[in-house]
Design a protein around this ligand. Structure first.
Ligand SMILES: [Zn+2]
Length: 277
């Protein structure tokens, strides 16, 4: 048997983790979930780009409401093919994308976008050099969030912004999938964690515990908002690429229903905007 001492303490509140669903760890005090998976440099699922671009626009607008983007130095961490980097440039910002995946970084460089083939962990940036740092679907993949937040704090100027866009354990879909896992249907829960895939989720946060973790690193929450978790357009075609017609019809119908109804339930994906104190 593993003792509590062996499985460590919660990075957000310091409480000891306890075994949660299917061997994943859970903090009984703040609800942080931890998979103990190893970080990878894989790409997000293809075919999700339309949703990604809708979310990029929401995220850029959220930044713009707090800080003028013209001339602003913005670090786009995990920039993939550079969609968000390009958007910041179009808005007059001085963007730099960081992407550890060679294929994605090469694609961005071919489009002449300012992207470096490097992980955030190895990136050598100047102290207080940036006005804003954006983590689009990156934070939940980070192996050592304490290190990344300390580094973000150093790289940001005083009053600089840190925007984190992430899936939430407090979201409707995650709760449904967790309920299913408790009944023995484990595969959707493992899928939520991207278990066994090239870029697994290391932690699953809620608004409350991620805010607590950020407060520990001297960041205060200034804004938050809902993002698009899945789009109903082309749902059948996306599902059909992995399933035969009849299951695809049933799955896409259910997924569409969830996508529509989940707008009135707790958000599955949000951005949280923090300011360096
Ligand atoms: Zn905790």
């Amino acid at each position: 048997m593993t003792s509590e001492r062996d499985i460590g303490t919660c990075i957000a509140c310091g409480n000891a983790y306890v075994p949660g669903l299917i061997g994943f760890l859970r903090c009984p005090r703040c609800g942080l979930l931890y998979s103990r998976q190893k970080a990878g440099f894989g790409n997000p699922i293809k075919g999700m780009t339309a949703i990604a671009f809708r979310n990029y626009a929401i995220v850029a607008n959220a930044l713009e409401r707090v800080m003028p983007l013209r001339e602003a130095k913005v670090l786009d961490v995990g920039s993939a093919e550079g969609g968000f980097t390009e958007l910041i440039q179009r808005k007059g910002g001085v963007a730099l994308g960081l992407e550890p995946d060679q294929e994605a970084a090469t694609e961005a460089l071919q489009k002449k976008l300012p992207v470096e083939l490097v992980s955030f962990e190895s990136f050598a940036g100047g102290e207080k050099e940036y006005d804003a740092i954006v983590l689009n679907d990156v934070f939940e993949h980070m192996q050592d969030p304490d290190f990344s937040l300390e580094k973000s704090h150093k790289l940001l100027r005083d009053g600089g912004l840190l925007l984190i866009n992430l899936p939430l354990s407090s979201g409707f879909v995650f709760r449904m999938v967790s309920a299913a896992a408790r009944l023995g249907m484990e595969s959707p829960y493992r899928r939520m964690w991207a278990q066994g895939l090239s870029s697994p989720h290391i932690y699953f946060y809620s608004e409350a515990n991620v805010t607590r973790l950020l407060a520990k690193h001297k960041f205060e929450l200034v804004d938050q908002g809902r993002l698009v978790a899945m789009a109903t357009e082309g749902m059948y075609q996306r599902v059909r690429s992995t399933y035969s017609p009849l299951p695809a019809l049933v799955i896409s119908a259910v997924a569409n229903l969830v996508a529509l109804t989940s707008k009135i339930f707790p958000a599955d994906v949000k951005y949280l905007l923090f300011r360096k104190k």
